[in-house]
Design a protein around this ligand. Structure first.
Ligand code: HEM
Ligand SMILES: *[C@@H]1O[C@H](CO)[C@@H](O)[C@H](O)[C@H]1NC(C)=O
Ligand SMILES: *[C@@H]1O[C@H](CO)[C@@H](O)[C@H](O)[C@H]1NC(C)=O
Ligand SMILES: *[C@@H]1O[C@H](CO)[C@@H](O)[C@H](O)[C@H]1NC(C)=O
Ligand SMILES: *[C@@H]1O[C@H](CO)[C@@H](O)[C@H](O)[C@H]1NC(C)=O
Ligand SMILES: *[C@@H]1O[C@H](CO)[C@@H](O)[C@H](O)[C@H]1NC(C)=O
Ligand SMILES: *[C@@H]1O[C@H](CO)[C@@H](O)[C@H](O)[C@H]1NC(C)=O
Length: 374
């Protein structure tokens, strides 16, 4: 499962020893001899404990004096997630777009009132596949932003753009990887979101709109993307992300489930909270996902042999087999990226796998230990 980005990482790793391997680049998928050369050059940082729930979990001003919006500077990293991009552009996350998992959990909780177990689950899932487990750093994208007059230095590796694990096809406002740019805001796709909001939401984005748009984006990909893949874990994030704008981008004092489209554009395109923005009024997670998934049920699957041939994949987890999603993620996705870890890497994997299991918040689902128990 060595992806294109890993090949770039490999190329960097094999280049002159003077070229330092970036502290936020993922080690996933690198061959053992390369890992053995890189890891001693990195500064080992013990993962911080996952932050607990917010002490004050009500609404509050989050576009405040300490967190003004600033456009990204050359070299700052932004990626496919409008939530994390916005937190970085307001300084709830480091503005350069590189953070520890604990910083990300703190930021999504403080800035958007994301519920603690969901924040942990999503963050450690991302960190395990896209982060650097030795330095405990994760970048929120793979591209430096292009804001200055001169194009910035070429993209660094890895980060949340890594295709098909969490980043995936049929996004709302980002094109499929097959079409090239899978992480930037896409005006054509945002126009579709607007058209659907006008048609099904009287000019607002709400859960009814989300259900129709999620279905439409799947149909778009089935019809146009011969490599369309829609299996776990991407399957789940695709539904979650359709509900997130309703749950997190609406002012906590409004809380009526109807997202204004100018506000939506601010988050999706400009990575910017409205002036005087208050976060959600209670810890939020996947409210509305069940409605979205049940309005137009689609089994996990993929196009096989070309467009318009969507074939369900019965081996993928689905909404009735959540524990399998966790176990497959660990046994297949993580294990596939790290087949033979040694030393500090095993310890870091096991620690982060424990944090990830904790974020599942389901004691009836058995923890799996692909690298043994410590
Ligand atoms: C907790 C840590 C988080 C991680 C690791 C994360 C990661 C991601 C990733 C990898 C994607 C891209 C998936 C794709 O291909 O479409 C994404 C999309 C998205 N995220 Fe996040 N996210 C996090 C938190 C949040 C929060 C707090 C919000 C809302 C405030 C949010 C809102 C969204 C939305 C709306 C999308 C869909 C974008 C689109 O389809 O155009 N995320 N996220
Ligand atoms: C929010 O805080 C209140 C008061 O401390 C607490 O009773 C409640 O359980 C918290 N809600 C969540 C979802 O953590
Ligand atoms: C996502 O797209 C960018 C190009 O815009 C590419 O550099 C990156 O590798 C892609 N993600 C993949 C292939 O994992
Ligand atoms: C935006 O998305 C559409 C639909 O997927 C695609 O055809 C188009 O090439 C994308 N535009 C850019 C600039 O990536
Ligand atoms: C979305 O908006 C439409 C139009 O106002 C309304 O009929 C529908 O009930 C709304 N859905 C939700 C979940 O608020
Ligand atoms: C979910 O997957 C299981 C097998 O893993 C299958 O038995 C079940 O029918 C699927 N459920 C749905 C709703 O597709
Ligand atoms: C995961 O792997 C462990 C050990 O490698 C094995 O015991 C377990 O049955 C696997 N579980 C699943 C669901 O694949």
């Amino acid at each position: 499962m060595v992806s294109f980005v890993n090949l770039i990482a490999l190329a960097i790793a094999l280049a002159s020893p003077a070229t330092a391997f970036p502290a936020h680049a993922s080690l996933a998928g690198l061959p053992r001899d390369v890992l053995e050369r890189i890891i001693p050059t990195l500064q080992l940082r013990q993962p911080g404990s996952p932050p607990g729930p917010l002490r004050f979990n009500g609404t509050k001003l989050v576009n405040d004096q300490q967190h003004p919006w600033k456009p990204p500077q050359d070299g700052d990293i932004r990626g496919p997630c409008p939530g994390l991009n916005t937190l970085a552009s307001h300084g709830w996350l480091p503005r350069n777009g590189i953070a520890t998992p604990a910083q990300i959990i703190d930021a999504v909780q403080e800035g958007f009132n994301m519920e603690n177990t969901l924040a942990k689950f999503v963050t450690y899932a991302a960190h395990l596949v896209d982060g650097n487990l030795i330095t405990d750093q994760l970048s929120i994208g793979s591209k430096t932003s292009k804001t200055g007059p001169n194009p910035p230095a070429p993209a660094i590796v890895g980060g949340l753009d890594t295709h098909s694990v969490l980043e995936g096809d049929a996004s709302l406002t980002r094109a499929d990887f097959f079409f090239g740019d899978n992480h930037s805001f896409n005006e054509t796709l945002f126009d579709e979101l607007v058209a659907f909001s006008n048609k099904y939401g009287a000019g607002k984005y709400n859960i009814t709109v989300a259900a129709e748009l999620r279905w439409q984006r799947i149909q778009d990909s089935i019809a146009t993307n011969p490599t369309f893949s829609f299996v776990s874990p991407r399957y789940f994030t695709a539904y979650g992300e359709a509900a997130f704008p309703v749950n997190f981008f609406i002012d906590g004092r409004q809380g009526d489930g109807q997202l204004d489209l100018k506000v939506a554009r601010g988050f999706f395109q400009d990575m910017r909270m409205p002036d005087d923005f208050y976060r959600a009024s209670r810890p939020m997670s996947g409210d509305g996902v069940d409605i979205i998934a049940n309005t137009h049920p689609v089994p996990p699957g993929r196009n096989v042999g070309g467009v318009n041939n969507y074939v369900p994949d019965p081996t993928s987890a689905n909404f009735t087999t959540g524990c399998l999603a966790y176990q497959n993620f660990v046994n297949q996705t993580v294990r596939g990226l790290y087949p033979n870890p040694t030393g500090a890497l095993i310890i870091a994997l096991n620690t982060n796998l424990d944090f990830f299991y904790d974020g599942l918040g389901d004691a009836t689902c058995q923890q799996v230990f692909p690298y043994g128990r410590d």
